[in-house]
Ligand binder design. Structure first.
Ligand SMILES: [Fe+2]
Ligand SMILES: [Fe+2]
Length: 471
């Protein structure tokens, strides 16, 4: 057991979270190397920070300010010298608009700074995300390399404030936050959201007309490399989506760390697929985002359209749903693991109910490693410090969308089934722009340009129209 308050030995931060109501509230977090009183000054005029808050005798400080005006800029400073800001610095943030249907936010994947290379990639990425000036940032988990070792949280703090001192960050919990002893206490101290359930770190948030549901794939106990979700969370998830639909959410995004589908060094998680696919289809959510596999992948899958569902009483989904793996926004890319070298996974068996025949059929799929020869050169791929940086890519179908029945090309016999569109092993982040009834999701390299594939013809930019939910 790591006694957090006795061990953290750096002055780190600040960063913002969104514990309260986005229109009128902000939570400012920072850490001190000693258990001490620390002073926060804030106000709506930069030169006159006339409000004082005192955080008493702590290492981990978090102060929530409520009753702010919506759509307003505020300034704050903390009377500490931080690792990233050696002189006392004034930061600013802006509260959300009421009934906002004009939002811009970033979705960042795995960070895991663990050595000089990944400290650098995280630093470059955080600067780029800050440059995008989003309203807020979603992070898909695996913020740190080993959650129980505080040094790795300090590593995270070497870049996180660059993007999250001026806007709130909403994280999902990853398996690395649970390492080594399947504990999430440190994550919950760094990000003191109002989590549902005693142990799980799942929660949801409404921002303007957007509903975000953050799942904790590991709250049901240790399960090796697999997810294990408690029944309590499963019930909560359905209720949460029901409420979002009832309350008239304009957009619903589901956020989780664990890869539901994957062509990375591990395969997708069958138990997770069996549970989540019918639910996100039933509620016709707009998109599902995960990380975990350190690469970019995109699927467009309409549940049941191919004639197969998981439960016999499920119905065909109203629309295709976009599933995105935003897997590395600083973390060492999948090619540094077993992307090219894992043995074919043949063990996958998923029982599907054949809607036409009314019987259950077992489907076995095989997943092959990526082909090391399929790459193009550019910058900001696996090693953005080199000119001949390789972008390994995965294009399972031809440009007309025909899936080629060749495992050397498709890598996975379920690519067609789940509508695998494109994958690239590169550092990246997603940008979401919501304006009135439209939403644009685009994927970007570290330099801010849109991820476009080997010949520039696969621009990863997707336009969504607002759905009318009928559930
Ligand atoms: Fe990861
Ligand atoms: Fe992970």
């Amino acid at each position: 057991m790591v006694f957090f308050n006795k061990k953290y030995k750096w002055n780190d931060g600040p960063y913002l979270i969104l514990k309260g109501i986005p229109e009128t509230s902000i939570t400012i977090c920072w850490l001190t190397a000693k258990n001490k009183n620390s002073i926060l000054l804030w106000g709506d005029i930069e030169s006159n920070l006339n409000q004082t808050e005192l955080s008493i005798k702590k290492r981990f400080h978090s102060i929530t300010i409520d009753n702010l005006s919506s759509d307003s800029t505020y300034f704050y400073t903390i009377k500490e010298s931080f690792s990233l800001y050696s002189i006392v610095t004034v930061f600013s943030f802006r509260t959300a608009k009421v009934d906002n249907n004009n939002l811009e936010f970033i979705i960042a994947g795995d960070l895991q700074p663990k050595n000089q290379v990944t400290l650098n990639t995280n630093n470059i990425m955080a600067q780029q995300i800050n440059k995008e000036n989003p309203n807020f940032i979603i992070q898909l988990g695996d913020l740190v390399q080993i959650g129980s070792i505080l040094k790795y949280w300090h590593f995270l703090m070497k870049s996180l404030p660059l993007m999250a001192s001026s806007r709130p960050i909403l994280p999902a919990i990853g398996n690395h936050e649970y390492y080594l002893f399947h504990r999430n206490k440190t994550f919950r101290m760094f990000f003191p959201y109002r989590f549902f359930g005693g142990k799980g770190s799942y929660y949801s948030k409404n921002i303007g007309n957007l509903h975000l549901t953050f799942l904790d794939p590991y709250d049901g106990g240790f399960a090796g490399m697999n997810s294990k979700i408690s029944n309590k969370q499963k019930k909560w998830f359905v209720k949460d989506l029901e409420k979002a639909v009832k309350d008239g959410a304009g957009w619903i995004f589901v956020i989780l760390h664990h890869a539901v589908l994957s062509n990375g060094e591990y395969s997708g998680d069958i138990k997770l697929q069996e549970w989540i696919l019918p639910i996100v289809s039933k509620f016709d959510v707009d998109a599902v985002f995960w990380g975990h596999a350190h690469l970019y992948e995109h699927w467009q899958y309409q549940y049941g359209k191919n004639g197969f569902v998981i439960n016999s009483d499920d119905i065909i989904g109203d629309n295709p749903i976009d599933f995105f793996c935003i897997g590395s926004s600083g973390a060492s890319p999948e090619s540094n693991f077993r992307l090219f070298s894992h043995k074919p996974f043949k063990r996958k068996i998923l029982k599907w109910f054949n809607l036409e025949r009314g019987v259950v059929e077992k489907k076995t799929t095989i997943q092959y490693p990526w082909n090391r020869e399929m790459f193009f050169e550019g910058k900001m791929g696996i090693d953005q410090f080199k000119k001949d940086d390789h972008h390994y890519f995965h294009l399972p179908c031809d440009k007309q969308g025909n899936y080629l029945d060749n495992p050397g090309i498709s890598y996975n016999t379920e690519s067609k089934w789940f509508g695998y569109m494109y994958g690239e092993n590169t550092l990246h982040y997603a940008k979401v722009k919501i304006k009135d009834n439209n939403c644009i999701i685009s994927i970007h390299y570290v330099d801010g340009s849109i991820l476009k594939g080997p010949d520039g013809s696969l621009s990863q930019e997707f336009i969504f129209k607002m759905k009318i939910w009928s559930v």
